[in-house]
Design a protein around this ligand. Structure first.
Ligand code: ATP
Ligand code: MG
Length: 406
C-alpha cells in the first residue's frame, strides 16, 4: 500500500525547504528533505517567476528523491511585507428555534459579523482564527455550540495578504505540477513546531528571525492575539558587514555565521578574523571586537523594532512566559541574552522537538516553519481546524469569491 505522505514548502527569503513526512504512532517522521538556496524570490514573494519556479521544482525533486516518494500537493508558508493582521469582534442574537442553544449557524453569523469589515479587493483572507467566544456575559468559551443564551460574541484574528503576491506564489508552485493545499502564515506554522500549549496558554511571543523578515506571533489563553511581519532580517546584518568591513557579500555571510555574536565577549583566542577585500584588494585582519561594533547595533535595532511592535499591539502585558526565538537568527551566539536585555523578559531558543528523521545538528531552528507546516497538515488531515469557521461560513464564501477572481 502506498504511504500517505504530507508535504511542506517553506519559501524563505534565503532558502527554500521542502519536507516530506508522515504521521506514525510515534509522532511525526520526516521521510525526505530538500533545501536549496532561494532564487527569484524576495521576502517570500516571486520577483522572477521562471527562476522561482525552477528553484521550487528543484527543491521538490531533491526531497522526493530523499523520501523515495512522489507528492501531489503541499502546504505552503507565507510571509512578506504584504501580510497584514487585525483583530475584530462580531455579535449576534442567538436564534431561539428549537431551544437547542447556540447552533453552527449562529456561529457562522457571528463570524460574518466579525469579518464584515471592508477588505480591499486586492487582498485575500489567509486566516480567520477564533480567539474567544462569549455567550451573554460568560467569556473564555472554546466551543459555544449547544450553550444556552441570548447573545453570542466572537473575537477573531484575521490575516490577509496581497492577492497578486499570493497568486504568483501559487503559480510558481503549480508550474511544478504540484497543487497548493493551503497557504499558512509562517509564524503560525513555526509556532506549531516550537511552542508548547502551556506557553500559548500563559502568554508567549514567537520571534522568527529569518533572512529577509522577522515574524512575530503573540499567544495567550491558547489563542493568537497579535501577528506581524517586520521586513528586515539576517540579510540586513550581512549587508552591514559587507559595507562595514568592505568585503564581498559571500564573505560577509561566512564571517557572520562563523564569528559574529549578538553580545560581545572578549576572547584572546581566535580573536583575529581574515577579511577578504573587494575586487581583488588584499585581505585585512580585523578583531572580533570590530565585527561586534558592526553587527551588535543592527541586531539590537531589529530587536527594539520587534519590541515596539509588540508594545504597540497592546498585548505586551499578556506575555507571561517570555520570548521564544527561532529561524536562522536563532543560531547566532548570544541572541537569547540580547533579547532578554532588550525586552526585559526571559528568552530562549525554540527548535522543533520530537521529530524523527530531522538532523540533530544544531540547525533545527531553520526548520521550524517546515516542521510546523507538516504538523498543521497532519492536524488538518485528522480533522482539526484552525479557522474555527463552519462549512458554508464566511471564510468559504470569501474563498470562493477569490477563487473566482483568480
Ligand atoms: N550561525 C548563524 N549565525 C548567524 N546568522 C545565521 C546563522 N546561520 C544562519 N543565519 C542567518 O539566518 C538567516 C536565514 O534564516 P532563515 O533560514 O530562517 O530565513 P528564511 O526562511 O530564508 O527567510 P525569511 O523567513 O525571512 O523569508 C540568514 O540571514 C542567515 O545568514
Ligand atoms: Mg523563514
Amino acid at each position: 500500500m502506498a504511504r500517505e505522505c504530507i508535504a511542506a514548502l517553506d519559501l524563505g527569503t534565503t532558502k527554500t525547504v521542502v519536507l516530506i513526512g508522515e504521521m506514525t504512532d510515534a509522532g511525526l517522521r520526516i521521510l525526505g528533505e530538500g533545501t536549496c538556496r532561494s532564487q527569484g524570490l524576495r521576502r517570500g514573494v516571486p520577483v522572477n517567476m521562471d527562476e522561482a519556479a525552477r528553484s521550487i521544482a528543484e527543491t521538490i525533486q531533491v526531497a522526493e528523491q530523499a523520501a523515495e516518494a512522489r507528492i501531489s500537493e503541499v502546504y505552503v508558508g507565507c510571509s512578506g511585507d504584504h501580510i497584514e493582521s487585525v483583530n475584530s469582534r462580531g455579535v449576534v442574537a442567538i436564534s431561539s428555534d428549537g431551544g437547542r442553544g447556540v447552533t453552527r449557524k449562529d456561529v457562522a453569523r457571528a463570524f460574518d459579523s466579525a469579518t464584515a469589515l471592508r477588505i480591499p479587493m486586492d487582498r485575500q483572507v489567509i486566516h480567520v482564527l477564533a480567539q474567544d467566544y462569549i455567550v451573554d456575559d460568560q467569556c473564555g468559551i472554546r466551543d459555544p455550540c449547544g450553550m444556552s443564551g441570548v447573545r453570542l460574541e466572537v473575537l477573531v484574528h484575521i490575516v490577509t495578504g496581497a492577492i497578486t503576491s499570493l497568486r504568483n506564489v501559487r503559480n510558481c508552485i503549480m508550474q511544478s505540477g504540484i497543487q497548493v493545499r493551503e497557504i499558512v502564515l509562517d509564524s503560525l506554522a513555526a509556532s506549531q513546531a516550537v511552542l508548547t500549549s502551556d506557553e500559548k496558554e500563559l502568554g508567549v511571543v514567537l520571534l522568527d528571525l529569518g533572512g529577509g523578515t522577522t515574524n512575530i506571533a503573540l499567544f495567550q489563553d491558547g489563542s493568537i492575539r497579535h501577528s506581524s511581519v517586520i521586513p528586515a532580517g539576517g540579510i540586513n546584518l550581512t549587508n552591514d558587514i559587507a559595507i562595514g568591513l568592505r568585503t564581498p557579500h559571500e564573505d560577509a555571510e561566512r564571517i557572520k555565521r562563523h564569528y559574529a555574536s549578538a553580545v560581545y565577549v572578549r576572547s584572546e583566542r581566535d580573536n583575529m578574523i581574515e577579511v577578504p577585500g573587494v575586487g581583488g584588494r588584499e585581505s585585512r585582519m580585523v578583531t572580533r571586537e570590530e565585527l561586534a561594533f558592526v553587527v551588535g547595533p543592527r541586531i539590537k535595532e531589529l530587536l527594539v523594532l520587534a519590541r515596539e511592535t509588540i508594545r504597540n499591539s497592546g498585548f505586551e502585558h499578556l506575555v507571561r512566559t517570555g520570548i521564544v526565538i527561532t529561524g536562522g537568527g536563532a543560531l547566532m551566539p548570544g541572541i537569547a541574552k540580547l533579547t532578554e536585555q532588550v525586552f526585559g523578559m526571559s528568552a530562549k531558543i525554540g527548535a522543533p522537538e520530537e521529530v524523527h528523521g530531522l538532523a540533530d545538528d544544531g540547525n533545527a531552528p531553520l526548520y521550524a516553519t517546515g516542521v510546523g507546516l507538516l504538523r498543521h497538515a497532519a492536524d488538518s488531515s485528522s480533522g482539526k481546524k484552525w479557522h474555527h469557521d463552519t462549512e458554508g461560513g464566511w471564510l468559504d464564501r470569501v474563498r470562493s469569491r477569490i477563487v473566482a477572481m483568480l
